[in-house]
Design a protein around this ligand. Sequence first.
Ligand code: SF4
Length: 190
Amino acid sequence: MVEIGKAIVSLDLFREYFTCDLEQCKGACCIEGDSGAPLAPGEPELLEQDYPRYRDFLPPDHRNVIENKGFSLVDSDGDVVTPLVLDRQCAYSYYDDQGILKCAVEKAWNEGYLNFRKPLSCHLFPVRITAYRHFDAVNYQKIEICRPGRECGKKIRMPLWRFLQVPLTRKYGEEWFAELQIAADQINRP
Ligand code: SF4
């Protein structure tokens, strides 16, 4: 593990290669799992405030879930998460015309309708950050649905830490990311 600021970073971020391959995985992380995506403090409010800007990208049944269950829920572990449709699919997701699951919030962001890109936990996946009292644990969640991401990353030799530059910088800032890069150089030095 590598300690940078208050983050304890797993060596997996330096050892694993990764690049999402949506054509192969079809955006499976929006549908697999026991509960919705974790939301950081303030994100449920942003999702609610921006709703009119991304609402039209969602299928009607997803809008019903959000409008009836709310913009976030507390799951059985006590975490604040996104609501699910049929207990499975993230209510903020939609299928594009290639049959790939995508995030409606990110689509609205891509098209310039809002400033909030998408929940940080989705942006960081397959890395998960668990906040403890004195430190954050930054870990890689190696799961079967992401096998295409591992294969694609290996093909183009893209390390996981580098692939996640934008969300890691969003979370910890540029200085922190520069330190991560130094750590990666040291770890990979022959
Ligand atoms: S995180 Fe995994 S399941 Fe989600 S888009 Fe990337 S490769 Fe696909």
